[in-house]
Design a protein around this ligand. Structure first.
Ligand code: BES
Ligand code: ZN
Length: 940
């Protein structure tokens, strides 16, 4: 078959039609991307596709495919042109035709022009087309590319050889690389696929197979018609797989496809999926509409996973779990990714955003729903009657939600952030908005709204929204309208301030006698004032969680009387329908230690920061020490203080002494957040005052020692999932902060592991710590640990283990060895989607070498990764390690002369970030007594 298809491809390439480079004849610049056609970024709606009948013949060996399609159209306005998307395809000459539904006459286009830059095809006819239904036919071919987008090639080992598979990844706008189409989310149509492949290959698509015939070595597979759906959700996978199967309580068939012999690693994801589907069906009030759901592990995959309707594709680390060698964190990731992608089957696939400006409706909701309280309660209920792996309900993802908020806060504190509803001039800009604003900020403001409306009203609204817009498209406004109707609350007024402007507020709280003064200003990490103003759903509790008061803060400032505080607020918690924190038990908090304290943003459910006056801040500090605050609030106080220090609003000494308060902390999320803050604090102090770096490390290590002692190195039978994850985080932190005892123990265990890979002394959760500790010894003259890690890398076939090694490889303090690790990341031994892991692990000592390396290798990197969003990670993972204005200038200059619109947003955000690091360094240098204070803390 290979030879036949390749020969045909050669003939067709020779007869391709007119190529126009650019529609608007502009010079190649970023401005060029602002519009697609006729001054609009979107296709005209004169002709609407209704049904695609697509036939594809992939040739895996030749890395090419042939295609043929008949699209049923609705011509709704008089026009002599048909304009649709195509990219990297050759439409065969004289194969394009159009026929009215009831007409025998065939119309041939007089010209067919391909606009490469705009990714458009314009078919021109010599007469206006008949209004009504018509069929458009054409033949085309393309290559199975290596860029992990469109219809692409992935590869795997089988039978002692490397073989190719073909996979699609169409979101946001790459269906056009597989078949010419109206490649925008608001052109929903029915898709019917027919595929011709070698008989021994497995072929998967969105729908089940209806018919299959084989002639000789080639089989033809016909898939069922899909429901109405957007092009970016169409999927096809051709390869060799085994599968396991499960069924939901509602009878939906779910399968997990893996490489041969690895199906058991798919068991956990299968269990999650079969339990998640019924939850969503119940929560959204609509059953899963497709006859089957397949999930497949793909060896080369740019994102983590993709929610294609009925055929979800995953990077294998996000779907597979190996009981012996994967870590608890890997397991949790699988659960979250599966739950996220399945949420999209409703939010995204059934109801789709009208345009990419509303991408956050997809990603924000999928992120929110699988961490939501209802979701977790559901799993806790499940445990009583299903044979559920017992750690599952203990995951407290709800507390871990705060991590999402923290990520969103970081990005949205930049001037270079963007509003949730972001204008999209050209689809090529869409890749960059799959970011912490669309995902994490989106999820956080949904949670804030749910908390304000109360879970019942909110859910009722969502049920109506899904029903009303099923198989259709919706905008942010549409959602607010339904929620307003269902709740009777001013949802639009409240939410517009969060989705239409970037940034977020900090509420300054001051107690003045009996009066509490509240004032909002925009928080910017620069410390400069911003123009933003928000309608803030405030929550507040005082000395106890039993009474939580709520109010909408509509103005810049607000005053309330302290003694009768709650009476002056407009709404009380009972009436709003409840809060996420209703679950907290006030009785748990020891009565005797309760002092008077006051906390705003209870449970951190709001997307705002709080700055307390000195007295209120001191009382919160005592409350944390007394164990009176819940984990989310302990985390909130820490993160807000850190942010205020970064914005030069509070001396660093305040943050350091607050960190001290967390010495006895046990909560997973609070501790991992403390570690995150510690990395930031350390980088700033080490750059500002290199003499103090040692003390900073000692102080931080001393904070982590106590919780690390509690957990030790060895797995305790029956321990909680969070403890398993926490152990790994703490030990890695202790290695990074040079805790000698931990490093020695890590090396001892690593040596045992080298001799015996199945030893119990180094379980997967602790391996990263040991790998990094081993790398501390490695340098140009003694590379033995580095080579030992490479040996493990080469011997294991488990991707989780490979990733753990990749993130440790550049941890050496010797810049030459860091360079060597970076060179390895570009070698054929590392799959292109994994290379950035090496960059994530660059040591502080290796950062300059890494920057030089990045510049020297930029052309190569650009050629491999520039077509997708992974390129942005190369920029950030190296550049964010710096803290000087000179470096910011250098980075800016390098990327603006070597860059491209695809990384423009990332570069400007990164440069701003580095300048902010530099500002912080100056601020710390000016703080008197800081070094002495740090010394004191370090020797305590
Ligand atoms: N729709 C995205 C996948 C995607 C991302 C497509 C970027 C195109 C560009 C998918 O639903 C997703 O969000 N995947 C996440 C995992 C999730 C758990 C946050 C990912 O890929 O990391
Ligand atoms: Zn998603």
């Amino acid at each position: 078959m290979a030879a036949r298809v390749a020969a045909a491809a050669a003939i067709v390439l020779a007869s391709s039609f007119i190529i126009r480079r650019q529609l608007n004849r502009k010079t190649k610049s970023s401005k060029n991307l602002s519009k697609t056609y006729n001054g609009s970024p979107r296709l005209p709606r004169t002709v609407l596709p209704r049904r695609y009948n697509i036939e594809l013949t992939p040739d895996l060996d030749a890395r090419a495919f042939q295609g043929k399609q008949a699209i049923t159209l609705d011509i709704v306005e008089p026009t002599a042109n048909i304009i649709l998307n195509a990219a990297d395809l050759t439409i065969k000459k004289d194969t394009v035709w159009l026929r009215g539904k009831d007409s025998r006459q065939i119309l041939w286009p007089v010209s067919q022009e391909l606009y490469e830059e705009e990714e458009l095809v314009i078919l021109k006819f010599d007469q206006p087309l008949p209004i009504g239904e018509a069929i458009l036919g054409m033949e085309f071919n393309g290559t199975l590319n290596d860029q992990m987008k469109g219809f692409y090639r992935s590869s795997y080992e089988a039978g002692g050889e490397r073989r190719n598979m073909a996979v699609t990844q169409f979101e946001p706008a790459d269906a056009r690389r597989c078949f010419p189409c109206w490649d925008e989310p608001n052109f929903k149509a029915v898709f019917k696929l027919t595929v011709h492949v070698h008989v021994d290959r497995v072929v998967l698509s969105n729908m089940p197979i209806v018919d299959e015939q084989a002639i000789g070595k080639i089989k033809t597979i016909h898939f069922e018609d899909s429901p109405l759906m957007s092009t970016y959700l169409v999927a096809l996978v051709v390869g060799e797989f085994d599968y396991i199967e499960g069924i939901t309580k509602e009878g939906n068939k779910v399968r997990v496809y893996t490489a041969h012999g690895k199906t058991e690693q798919g068991r956990f994801a299968l269990e999650v999926a079969t339990r998640v589907l019924p939850f969503y069906a119940e929560y959204f009030g609509t059953t899963y509409p497709l006859p089957k759901l397949d999930m497949v592990a793909v060896p080369d995959f740019a994102a983590g996973a993709m929610e294609n309707y009925g055929l979800v594709t995953y990077r294998d680390t996000q779907l597979l779990f190996d009981e012996k060698n994967s870590a608890a964190a890997n397991k949790q990731r699988v659960a979250i990714v599966v739950a996220h992608e399945l949420a999209h089957q409703w939010f995204g696939n059934l109801v789709t955003m009208e345009w990419w400006t509303h991408l956050w409706l997809n990603e924000g909701f999928a992120t929110w729903v699988c961490s939501s309280e209802s979701f977790q309660k559901y799993f806790i209920k499940q445990v009583s009657y299903l044979a559920v792996e017992h750690h599952f309900p203990e995951w407290k993802i709800w507390t871990q939600f705060s991590d999402l908020t923290v990520d969103a806060f970081r990005l949205d504190g930049l001037v270079q952030s963007h509003p949730i509803e972001v204008e999209v001039g050209h689809v090529r800009e869409v890749d960059e908005i799959f970011d912490a604003i669309s995902y994490e900020k989106g999820a956080t403001i949904i949670r804030m709204l749910q908390n304000y409306l109360g879970p019942q009203k909110f859910q009722k609204g969502l049920v109506s929204y899904i029903k009303r817009y099923a198989y259709k498209n919706a905008t942010t406004e549409d959602l607010w309208n339904v929620l307003s109707e269902e709740s009777g609350e001013p949802v639009r007024e409240l939410m517009n301030s969060w989705t239409k402007q970037k940034g977020y507020p900090v509420v300054f709280v001051k107690a003045k006698g009996d009066v509490l003064e509240l004032e909002q200003t925009q928080y910017l990490t620069s410390g400069l004032p911003g123009p933003g103003e928000w309608v803030i759903p405030l929550t507040l509790c005082r000395t106890t969680y039993t009474r939580i008061t709520s109010a909408l803060m509509r103005a810049k400032s607000h005053q309330v009387m302290k003694p009768g505080l709650d009476k002056l607020f407009e709404v009380e918690s009972g009436e709003t329908g409840g809060h996420a924190i209703n679950a907290l038990k006030a009785e748990d908090i020891s009565q005797e230690h309760r002092n008077d304290w006051l906390k705003l943003n209870v449970g951190q459910t709001g997307f705002y920061r709080v700055q307390y006056d000195e007295e209120l801040a001191a009382s919160l500090r005592s409350a944390i020490l007394a164990g009176a605050l819940e984990a989310t609030d302990r985390l909130g106080v820490l993160d807000d203080t850190y942010a205020l220090c970064k914005a030069c609003k509070q001396p660093f000494a305040i943050l350091l002494s607050l960190m001290e308060v967390y010495r006895c902390e046990t909560d997973y999320t609070v501790l991992t957040n403390l570690i995150g803050v510690a990395y930031g604090v350390f980088q700033a102090i080490a750059d500002a005052r290199p003499d103090a770096a040692k003390d900073a490390k000692r102080f931080i290590a001393s904070l982590l020692q106590h919780p690390a002692k509690r957990l030790g190195w060895d797995v305790v039978a029956g321990e909680s999932h969070l403890d398993s994850m926490l152990r790994g985080e703490l030990l890695t932190g202790l290695v990074d902060f040079n805790d000698e005892e931990t490093i020695m123990e890590a090396k001892r265990r690593f040596d045992i592991f080298l001799k015996d890979r199945s030893t119990s002394v180094l379980p997967p959760d602790t391996r990263k710590a040991a790998f990094k500790a081993a790398m501390l010894d490695a340098n140009g003259s003694d590379k033995s640990s580095y080579q030992a890690l490479l040996k493990i890398y080469r011997e294991t076939d488990l991707s989780h283990e490979k990733v753990r090694i990749l993130v440790s490889l550049a941890a050496s303090t010797d810049p030459n060895l860091v360079r060597e690790a970076l060179d390895f990341s570009l070698s054929s031994e590392v799959r292109s989607h994994d290379a950035v892991y090496v960059l994530n692990g660059i040591s502080r000592e290796g950062r300059e070498a890494a920057w030089i390396w990045l510049k020297e290798n930029w052309n190569k990197i650009w050629n491999i990764w520039s077509k997708g969003f992974l390129i942005t990670r190369f920029v950030t993972s190296v550049a964010l390690k710096f803290s000087s204005d000179e470096k910011a200038d250098e980075i800016n200059e390098f990327f603006t002369s070597n860059g491209n619109p695809a990384i423009e947003r990332t570069v400007s955000q990164t440069v701003e970030h580095v300048r902010l690091n530099s500002q912080l360094v100056r601020y710390i240098r000016e703080e008197e007594g800081l070094q002495e204070f740090l010394k004191q803390l370090a020797t305590k």
